[in-house]
Design a protein around this ligand. Structure first.
Ligand SMILES: [Zn+2]
Length: 379
């Protein structure tokens, strides 16, 4: 990036409330540093947000950002990658996130880094109306500092756009990392639920997973007859009768064990979608979400009981651990994984993580890349 580009970006960031401005003349009660609040363009009310020092985060950032994206969409773009395995992991983690072209992340905007084949898709606000979005402001120094120092910041997440186009996990990147440090249990559970809903398509029909387990909703197992029959199954807009529920259970139990002429299970390893029309029982969405939340709450309790320092972990790591609980029943039973965490060995952790969570590779990798390097002893 040329020097003039840098100056231009710097100026842009100051004028748009993303970077602190130094006061030439400090009146009593004023701070030396402030943010311009561009939401007020009338001169009398020209917004100035005082902060303690040059690197203090802007406490009004979420509102300013939302307003700016609305008024100046041409400054924003969606990071797109080729999606193949040649994409470097740092860029793969940016796929689908929204960036501001004047706040480039490390290595620059798409296509600027050495050999980068990524491109910038124009951001169209109409397309994202009523959708949660996540904007990565990783190019802002204040976020870099936050990440390095791992300083807890009191920040209001409300109103910060969260991104989830293409059902992609709307996960905080290093930009919002600082914001999520002080996350309450409830916020963590909501974020996890959001991720599960985004990455695991809500299947309201019954299917067999690749091991032949009877499944529905967001990954909940229903092999157990009691569990299966406790679901308030619907057919169209009425409740299914006891007989219909029993028939469905018998049918799926049969399919579970059905073998072909070679003695192989006939219905394992089928695409979940291929079961959709074989049975008309459906789970009400509210029930699925409620069940998922109950499940996640229990997971969190167990994770905390097992590890007294759980609360001190970076949020992406907490999410990985919860994901293991949710999808594999536990985190601490995964061979080698807790040991790698104890040793704070990033490489080993990543290796074991991938081995045990191959089917959610992309999501866990993404979370992993968001754990601050500082957390690890060896990287
Ligand atoms: Zn790239």
């Amino acid at each position: 990036m040329s020097k003039s580009d840098k100056l231009r970006d710097n100026l842009y960031q100051r004028m748009h409330g993303f970077k602190t401005v130094k006061r030439g003349y400090v009146k009593k009660g004023q701070s030396e540093w402030y943010y311009i609040d561009p939401r007020y363009d009338d001169d009398d009310r020209r917004g100035q947000i005082d902060v303690i020092n040059e690197n203090s985060p802007n406490p009004q950032l979420s509102g300013i950002l939302a307003d700016d994206m609305d008024k100046n969409p041409e400054n924003y773009y969606i990071w797109r990658t080729k999606g193949d395995d040649k994409v470097r992991s740092t860029h793969a983690a940016r796929e689908g996130l929204i960036f501001n072209k004047h706040i480039p992340p490390e290595g620059g905007n798409p296509g600027e880094d050495y050999n980068c084949r990524c491109w910038a898709e124009p951001y169209e606000p109409e397309k994202y109306k009523n959708k949660q979005m996540l904007v990565d402001l990783g190019g802002l120094d204040m976020f870099k500092d936050l990440q390095n120092e791992m300083k807890p910041v009191d920040f209001n997440l409300n109103g910060l756009p969260q991104y989830s186009e293409n059902d992609k996990a709307g996960i905080a990147t290093d930009a919002t990392y600082g914001l999520t440090q002080n996350m309450s249990d409830n916020e963590l559970l909501n974020l996890m639920a959001h991720n599960l809903l985004a990455t695991e398509k809500m299947k309201n029909y019954i299917y067999l997973d690749k091991f032949g387990h009877i499944t529905s909703g967001v990954g909940a197992l229903l092999d157990d007859e009691k569990a299966f029959k406790s679901v308030p199954w619907m057919i169209g807009d009425r409740l299914a009768t006891e007989k219909e529920i029993d028939d469905a259970y018998q049918m799926f139990t049969f399919k579970r064990f059905e073998k072909n002429e070679n003695g192989e299970f006939k219905n394992h390893n089928r695409l979940a979608e291929s079961f959709e029309n074989e049975c008309n029982l459906r789970v009400p969405e509210a029930y699925m979400v409620q069940r998922m939340m109950t499940h996640l709450k229990e997971d969190l309790t167990r994770a905390k009981r097992k590890r007294t320092d759980f609360d001190t972990y970076p949020v992406p790591l907490k999410l990985i651990i919860l994901d293991f609980y949710y999808n594999k029943g536990s985190f601490y039973n995964q061979p080698g994984l807790p040991q790698a965490l104890n040793a704070r060995d990033a490489k080993l952790f990543q290796e074991k993580m991938i081995r045990h969570m191959a089917d959610r590779d992309k999501w866990t990798q993404e979370q992993f890349s968001l754990i601050p390097k500082k957390f690890w002893k060896s990287y």
